[in-house]
Design a protein around this ligand. Structure first.
Ligand code: FDP
Length: 331
């Protein structure tokens, strides 16, 4: 279907299914507007002097890129005044960001990874923004505890990929849809409706350099893939690893595949690399809504009870049958 803008799509959804209250619709539009602004900044690259390190570190001790900081500020500023939010939380900030007193407050909580894959910025490879929307529990202060809800409570999740084109992927719990940014008009246009991930695949994504740190179930699974036609799987598999989760997940939504950032023994203090609240949960919601599956290896990602805002989890997601096979190896 062509020519339907994000605004029109959301309004149609609101009338058809009442799945979207009007304040949630407006919240999504504001997030989409911020994503457009981030896309413009990412697109300017070296011309605007936005590449390179910011010279600061985030709460997890990772060096921040200038664009990490810019994207974070764009999202904060865009979403502060709309009246839809009780608070925001981000990969780039230690604790929740309260809505300033001068602005009205709403019932939603917004979480985001402002620039996922930021180690790819300086080499001109796709990066993106991931976000998740929760409802603030009634009568509770919008503090860290309010954010610690299971992924299954998300009311909306999405991500944008800043690649050759800018694409916004969205779910409100009724399927997954993708919108491409029409740069001339400045609006997102519906380009893929009700995305379905093929159940089977011949493509996998994993950082092979971590192989020696993997646990036995993942070792076994990947060894079997690598054995190809002559191995137990009886077919050859291809590998892709962009190193930006947004790009790897978008590929899986488009043509199937499996993505693994499993638990490993590299750093015993970290049960995985990816963050639950603003990476794993929104991606798991989107993948499940597109007919795929998402697990930590031992359980559904959306059922993980969070204990910390910046908690990390193992992530295995994509084509349903492959994910089920790896889960089975975990016992
Ligand atoms: P990045 O740290 O560059 O933001 O969010 C974590 C992430 O990227 C994912 O987007 C990506 O899949 C992964 O880390 C890449 O990890 P490796 O460097 O280990 O490949």
């Amino acid at each position: 279907m062509r020519g339907i803008s994000l605004s029109r799509f959301l309004i149609d959804q609101q009338w058809q299914s009442e799945a979207i209250p009007s304040d949630l619709r407006l919240l999504i539009e504001v997030v989409a507007r911020a994503i457009k602004a981030i896309s413009i900044n990412v697109g300017k690259g070296a011309l605007a002097g936005v590449l390179g390190e910011a010279g600061t570190g985030n709460v997890q001790g990772e060096a921040q890129k200038k664009l990490d900081v810019i994207a974070n500020e764009i999202l904060l500023e865009a979403n502060e005044w709309g009246g839809h939010l009780a608070a925001m939380a981000s990969e780039e900030m230690e604790g929740p960001h309260s809505i300033p007193h001068r602005y009205p407050k709403g019932e939603y909580l917004l979480l985001f990874d402002p620039l996922d894959g930021s180690s790819n910025i300086d080499v001109n490879v796709s990066v993106g923004t991931i976000f998740s929307v929760l409802r603030c529990p009634e009568g509770c202060p919008a503090d860290e505890k309010a954010f610690l809800q299971k992924g299954s409570s998300q009311v909306c999740a999405g991500f944008a990929v800043f690649g050759p084109s800018t694409v916004l992927v969205l779910t409100l719990g009724q399927g997954v849809h993708a919108f491409t940014l029409d740069r001339e008009v400045g609006s997102f246009v519906l380009t893929q409706e009700r995305i379905r991930i093929p159940e089977e695949t011949r493509e996998f994504a994993i950082n092979m350099s971590n192989q020696r740190f993997w646990e036995p179930p993942v070792r076994r699974y990947v060894e079997e893939l690598l054995a190809g036609k002559t191995g137990p799987r009886g077919k050859d598999f291809n590998m892709r690893w962009v190193g930006s989760m947004v790009a790897d997940v978008f590929r899986i939504l488009t043509r199937g595949g499996i993505f693994l950032y499993p638990r490993d023994t590299k750093d015993p203090g970290k049960p995985g690399r990816l963050r639950l609240m603003y990476e794993a949960n929104p991606m798991a919601f989107i993948i499940e809504q597109a007919g795929g599956a998402a697990t930590t290896g031992t359980g559904r990602i959306l059922d993980v009870a969070p204990t910390e805002l910046h908690q990390r989890v193992p992530v295995i997601l994509g084509s349903r049958k492959e994910v089920q096979l790896v889960s089975g190896y975990h016992g």
